[in-house]
Ligand binder design. Structure first.
Ligand SMILES: [Zn+2]
Length: 149
């Protein structure tokens, strides 16, 4: 990340350019709002306000700031596209999708169970039942082997 802190020839970060101020060494926005992406800061500033973002970034650990900025940018963009629901709109759509897919999965599993049971009924399961009945009903003195099972 090339911030203007090292050299005065670098352009100011997107935040400082937007706010028309000098991008000083150690600028809190500089590493996260490169001059190539002015829209990112403009969205975040419009929705959250530069001073709130600056306050938030100062309150969290340096290694978490990039993630924080990216989530703010995501939320801000969603709020610009959908002023009523913002990213909650996307979350609701995904939650409904999860519920629908869960129902679909349950129905498929139920079909699978019916299919498996139908196969057992006509083939293995019937034989197994017959063997069982034979063993228990017609053999009053089971062998020691049978007791182990
Ligand atoms: Zn700056």
């Amino acid at each position: 990340m090339s911030c203007s802190s090292s050299s005065s020839s670098n352009p100011p970060c997107a935040a400082c350019k937007f706010l028309r101020r000098k991008c000083l060494p150690g600028c809190i926005f500089c590493p996260y709002f490169p001059p190539e992406d002015p829209q990112k800061f403009s969205n975040v500033h419009k929705i959250f306000g530069a001073s709130n973002v600056s306050k938030l970034l100062n309150e969290i650990e340096a290694h978490q700031r990039e993630d924080a900025v990216n989530s703010l940018a995501y939320e801000a963009e969603a709020r610009m596209k959908d002023p009523v629901y913002g990213c909650v709109g996307a979350i609701s759509v995904l939650q409904r999708q999860v519920i629908r897919l869960q129902k679909e999965l349950d129905a498929t599993n139920a079909d699978l169970m019916r299919y498996a049971n139908a196969n057992y009924g006509t083939n293995n399961y019937g034989l197994y039942n017959n063997n069982n009945n034979t063993t228990w009903n017609n053999n009053p003195n089971p062998q020691p082997d049978d007791d182990i099972h």
